[in-house]
Design a protein around this ligand. Structure first.
Ligand code: ATP
Ligand code: MG
Length: 384
């Protein structure tokens, strides 16, 4: 369906998911968005903006775009200026009747030129298309279908500088510190929700608060997750899911975002723009669901990298019936995280391009027991 919105030029659709459509456009008549706001937001001269269109009455939980708008409004220190440089700016919003049956909500944001995957590819060296075959059964969490697909995948050499990677992690830990201090769990930290204004500026901008949870204000919570002990678990995307979500621990907290960020780091500090967690596949494969064999595949991959979860290293798991049935059998109690030397070897493969300081932080992020996991604030302090 095509439509025009009077204050904007033609809309170019750049992304479409089940829950939203995002357009790139220009503001032809900055009537709604005042010039002051445009200046504050540092928009390009042609006033390029992104419009995210949702249909609040049609969406299914945990998606809630009215809540997303409410949060974005809260995150602005004044109109068109985000309180935190690593959080998306809200320029404007409006609802519009598209036809007889459809009322849509639009949020207007500055146009960010790329997500994290695109940013990394821009700085990578393109080597060749992979032609070699390999045995899918040797790779944790990887289906045969994926193995076959990967034969024709392009190969990249990650060339982003260590200092730029560190700046990205620092920016993301700042964004998380900011939202966590307000009791907000993002619940979907992943490369396609991390944007950049330009390929030259490693300042990450966190977007997409469409499934975020507010621990402090119950007002926008879905009735089925009013109680924070009973939050939805169909959150986070594929490999970015932490163990507490995989095992249905519905009382999870802000710590889940830190775990997901750790997984993002396995892409950021990889040697070839592929996270080891999915046996070397990249996010494009995972986005359509065909590149990854689901939570079970992820579970086995996590065990192979971070060790077997036990009631010793993950006491909170006793609340999970699934975990108790799968892992808490007699004789399993002695198993520990991998030996330190093994873990150090795994770090070499998981984040080969990270320096020692970042490796130490990463080690404290990838901890099963959420109460023992480093917080975003602690990360930010250490990265200062
Ligand atoms: N301000 C922006 N500038 C440029 N592109 C954007 C902007 N906002 C969103 N996009 C693009 O649109 C995509 C979808 O936006 P967003 O993540 O907010 O929607 P979503 O429906 O919640 O997505 P998903 O559920 O897949 O995470 C983003 O991954 C990004 O590629
Ligand atoms: Mg998104």
């Amino acid at each position: 369906m095509t439509f025009m919105i009077s204050e904007f030029g033609p809309l170019e659709q750049v992304a479409s998911t089940l829950h939203s459509t995002v357009y790139k456009t220009v503001t032809t008549k900055p009537r709604i968005i005042s010039l002051f706001i445009l200046e504050q937001a540092n928009l390009s001269d042609d006033f390029t903006v992104a419009l995210k269109k949702t249909q609040p009455d049609e969406e299914s939980p945990p998606h809630n775009s009215r809540h997303e708008l409410h949060l974005l409004q809260r995150f602005q220190s004044r109109p068109g200026q985000s309180s935190n440089p690593n959080i998306v700016t809200l320029l404007d919003h409006f609802t519009q009747t598209i036809d007889l049956y459809e009322t849509a909500q639009f949020i207007v944001m500055p146009w960010y030129c790329t997500d994290l995957t695109g940013y990394l590819k821009h700085h990578a060296k393109f080597i060749k298309r992979k032609r070699d075959t390999f045995n899918a059964y040797l790779m944790p969490g990887l289906s045969t279908q994926t193995a076959n697909k990967s034969k024709s995948k392009p190969k990249y050499e990650n060339q982003i500088s260590e200092s730029d990677s560190n700046a990205i992690v620092k920016g993301l830990s700042s964004a998380l510190t900011f939202i966590h201090s307000q009791g907000i769990i993002h619940r979907d930290i992943k490369p396609s929700n991390i944007m950049f204004k330009s390929f030259e500026d490693p300042t990450p901008i966190l977007i997409d608060f469409g499934i975020s949870y507010d621990l402090q204000n119950p007002q926008y919570r879905h009735p089925d997750e009013k109680d924070p002990k009973n939050k939805f678990t169909d959150i986070c995307t594929t490999i970015y899911k932490p163990l507490e979500v995989i095992f249905g621990l519905r009382g999870y907290g802000t710590e889940i975002d830190v775990w997901s960020l750790g997984i993002v780091m396995t892409l950021l500090y990889s040697s070839d723009l592929k996270s080891c967690i999915m046996g070397g596949e990249n996010e494009e494969d995972e986005e359509d669901g065909s590149g990854f064999s689901g939570d079970i595949g992820l579970l086995f991959a996590l065990i192979s990298w971070f060790g077997k979860p036990t009631l010793q290293n993950w006491p909170e798991a006793k609340e999970s019936t699934t975990f108790m049935n799968m892992f808490a059998g007699a004789g399993d109690q002695d198993e520990e995280q991998p030996e330190d030397s093994q873990f150090t070897m795994n770090l070499q493969k998981l984040i080969p391009r990270a320096g020692g300081h970042v490796r130490d932080i990463f080690k404290r992020m990838m901890v099963y027991q959420s109460t023992e996991r480093i917080t975003a604030k602690e990360m930010f302090e250490l990265l200062k």
